[in-house]
Design a protein around this ligand. Structure first.
Ligand code: ASP
Length: 437
């Protein structure tokens, strides 16, 4: 059996939904289907975004009636165009009234997936299972993976064979109220079902042919990644968010299930396989992907003999903890210690952090570098291959880029470099060309 999740573009209108039906029918193993709410369509907003507007209008004391018409007409035209034998007029009116009566944000946004799954189950002749009955959060809105796994297993074991459609994106708290994942969360729902049913593959159908080796806004037509391990993808997560919710990896990773990112509009393209490390097959390329992000701050701390000073790093990190700042990387030297932090994490706190570090470390010198971009060049075991680093740094040297920081994770999975923000795009381009062409 397979779990297939279809994203918003796949569910956008009757013609894309007809395409989804073809995909499902093409393989009888496609019995567990997770859907997103209809996405953007020729200038019309995503249903989720329209629902957010409805919630805002109601919260400000108005009625969402007018905005909700857009939600209504999208679903009604899907039902009409596909000639689906379902009457959702009452369902729509109830939801509209609930929103006007002050329904929660999570309830409101979840209705896009709920309605889509209801309609699509009817169209396919599959059972509809409401996510609120199987996906569980605690009272604080924290997802409960083990409880969910037990409940989902029990609920779907017998009916999955005949086919089920489950709305993505949400679940419920112990009091029964709806709780949603963060945006794009239907990917997580699919992964949860894949784990619970221990399926052979989780297919995630979207509108692109998988992950690209780097950002196509920087390098024109980069190659698609054929295969990437969960770990590599975590290292590349700076770039992956648009294609797959980063948290979707965790449930399938526990059960060693691979994810196949596929394109609904080009179903014969193999897409990208996300696999456990043990299933990794080298395709001859050293580098799997290159991803990065701008706007980091580096605090460099220098102190002679810091390597023999007990508790030095702990004290430095405690200052960040007190300021509720998480760190991205920690490059170290024998007498130096760097803290790499996203600018947005340290905004407004830099002076206080520096004062705190001076007080607990008594350093010889502290230097702050700003406007640094980080770039991760990721590939399984690439550091064991001779010449990888040489190639990377030669490419940067030839492109006249000054490398300001180097960090190689001990996982031997990646080499991370820091360059000036202004050199970000140029660096990615140079690294890509060195390894791919
Ligand atoms: N519809 C939700 C969103 O737009 C969830 C999803 O599509 O996964 O974020």
């Amino acid at each position: 059996m397979l779990v297939c999740k279809f994203g918003g573009t796949s569910m956008a209108d009757a013609s894309s939904i007809a395409q989804v039906v073809n995909i499902i029918k093409a393989n009888p193993k496609r019995k567990v289907v997770v859907v997103s709410a209809p996405g953007k369509l020729n200038g019309q907003d995503k249903i989720t975004d329209i629902l957010i507007k409805c919630h805002k209008t109601a919260k400000e004391g108005g009625s969402c009636k007018e905005v909700f018409e857009k939600v209504k007409s999208r679903y009604l035209s899907i039902i009409n165009d596909l000639k689906i034998d379902i009457d959702i007029a009452k369902e729509l009116e109830d939801i509209r009234q609930e929103i006007d009566a002050g329904a929660s944000y999570d309830y409101t946004v979840s209705r896009g997936e709920y309605l889509m799954a209801l309609i699509f189950a009817k169209h396919l002749g599959f059972a509809f299972v409401d996510a609120k009955d199987i996906i569980k959060f605690n009272a604080d809105g924290v997802f409960e993976p083990e409880l969910t796994n037990e409940i989902t297993k029990r609920a779907l074991e017998n009916i999955a064979e005949g086919g089920v459609v489950v709305p993505g994106f949400y679940g419920s708290k112990p009091d029964g109220s709806i709780c949603a994942f963060s945006r794009g969360g239907s990917d997580i729902t699919g992964a949860i079902l894949a784990r619970a049913l221990n399926v052979e593959l989780y297919e995630n159908w979207t509108d692109v042919n998988g992950f690209m080796m780097c950002d196509p806004k920087i390098v024109k037509n980069p190659k698609t990644i054929e295969s990437v391990t969960y770990k590599e993808l975590r290292e590349l997560s700076y770039m992956g968010a648009g294609v797959l919710h980063p948290e979707a990896i965790f449930p399938v990773r526990i059960a060693n299930i691979s994810i196949n990112i596929k394109n609904t509009f080009e179903p014969d393209h193999p897409g990208t396989m996300i696999v456990p490390s043990k299933e990794y097959r080298r395709n001859g390329r050293i580098v799997t992907g290159i991803a990065g992000k701008k706007n980091f701050t580096v605090i460099n701390i220098e102190k002679s003999m810091m390597n023999s000073e007990l508790g030095f790093a702990r004290r430095a990190l405690s200052v960040l903890e007190e300021h509720k700042i998480s760190i991205e990387h920690m490059p170290t030297g024998i007498d130096t210690f760097g803290l790499v932090i996203e600018n947005s994490n340290i905004e407004g706190k830099l002076d206080s952090v520096i004062a705190g570090l001076k007080a607990v470390l008594n350093p010889d010198h502290i230097e702050v570098l700003q406007d640094l971009a980080l770039i991760a060049t990721v590939g399984h075991g690439m550091s064991q291959r001779k010449g990888t680093a040489a190639k990377l740094f030669t490419a940067l040297y030839n492109a006249d880029i000054n490398v300001r920081m180097i960090d190689q994770g001990s996982s031997e999975l990646n080499i991370i470099i820091g360059v000036d923000n202004k050199d970000f795009e140029k660096s990615i381009e140079a690294i890509y060309r060195a390894f791919v062409e």
